[in-house]
Design a binder for this molecule. Structure first.
Ligand code: SF4
Length: 314
């Protein structure tokens, strides 16, 4: 059964009257097919086209307001707080030829005996295929569950599954594309991290140097800041109003000014015209790491703010 048929069957099993389907951007081409199949089954559906980066961003409130009795969240696994309506999580699995890519990469891995294998929800079935192949080639492969994730699965903000095997491995091998997920691990370990890149079809050793340099510059600049803009998101799994209040208190305690700004998606465009010396991000932590230079102002995550305030130049 292909994944669309499987998805439709899982939805029909829930016997909903009206469904809101959330899909990641990469699956937009499937949006009309999914709706057509649901129409054929007599299920009214609509597809949300808002950006959707993770299960931290479920549209249960919107679904409820639209009169839906089921939210379907495609592409990620559940770790959210309690949903307002019944929610079905359907982690979409992309198919890739992992063994031929690994065969081409063996030379660069042979200096390591013990490999920690990690990936995202979209490629989890490939972990076992990769693990079987690497073990046949003589490597020891390590995978474990994370605090909110299954075996070998990492999120951009939760690499606990990788850190659980850190003491046993000589390197990590991340299966997937982009930097969004391995960046979290790179910032927390000294163990080498390789990416088997499914876009470029090659193995690459990743490094955090560029991001670490940007981080150091941002913290140094923030030491001279007098006004801070604390950024909050309304995304359910990223919203941290209590943390934002604590940060404001801490900034004011240091004799500086703090303002709070709320938005759904934290983007540079939303901040246009906001006149503060430094932004403090309480939403997805990757925003201030991966997009540090896109905001046109210094932007810090909460731990970096503390670093700046403790060493303030004012
Ligand atoms: S890294 Fe960001 S987008 Fe991904 S799950 Fe965490 S908060 Fe959500």
């Amino acid at each position: 059964m292909n994944q669309i048929e499987d998805l439709v069957e899982r939805i029909v099993d829930e016997d909903p009257d009206k469904v809101l389907v959330q899909i990641p951007e990469g699956l937009r081409k499937k949006a009309t097919t999914i709706q057509k199949r649901l129409d054929d089954k007599g299920v009214e559906s609509m597809v949300s086209l808002d950006p959707c980066y993770g299960a931290c961003d479920i549209k249960d409130t919107e679904a409820e307001e639209l009169g839906c009795d089921l939210l379907v969240h495609v592409g990620h696994t559940r770790f959210s707080k309690k949903e307002r309506i019944k929610t079905l999580y359907f982690p979409w699995h992309y198919e890739r030829e992992v063994v031929p890519l690994l065969e081409d990469s063996l030379d660069r891995l042979k200096e390591f005996d013990n490999i920690g294998l990690i990936s995202t929800a979209n490629f989890l079935p490939l972990l076992h295929e990769a693990s079987g192949f690497l073990e046949e080639e003589g490597f020891n492969v390590f995978m474990d569950e994370g605090e909110r994730t299954s075996e070998g699965q990492v999120l951009g903000c939760d690499v606990s599954a990788a850190l659980a095997v850190e003491d046993s491995v000589d390197c990590y091998l991340y299966l997937g594309s982009g930097l969004f997920h391995p960046l979290g691990l790179l910032s927390e370990t000294d163990v080498p991290v390789f990416r088997l890149d499914f876009e470029e079809n090659e193995l690459e050793k990743l490094d955090f140097d560029r991001f670490e340099r940007q981080r150091i510059v941002a913290v140094e600049k923030a030491k001279d800041a007098e006004t801070f803009g604390i950024l909050l998101t309304t995304k359910k799994g990223q919203s941290k109003p209590e943390l934002a209040s604590e940060l404001k208190e801490r900034i004011v305690e240091c004799g500086k000014k703090a303002y709070m700004f709320v938005m759904d998606e934290v983007t540079p465009g939303k901040l246009a015209g906001i006149d503060v010396d430094c932004l403090v991000n309480t939403a997805c932590p990757r925003i201030a790491v991966e997009h540090r230079t896109d905001f046109g102002a210094t932007i810090l995550n909460p731990a970096e703010l503390e670093e700046a305030l403790s060493g303030s130049n004012l």
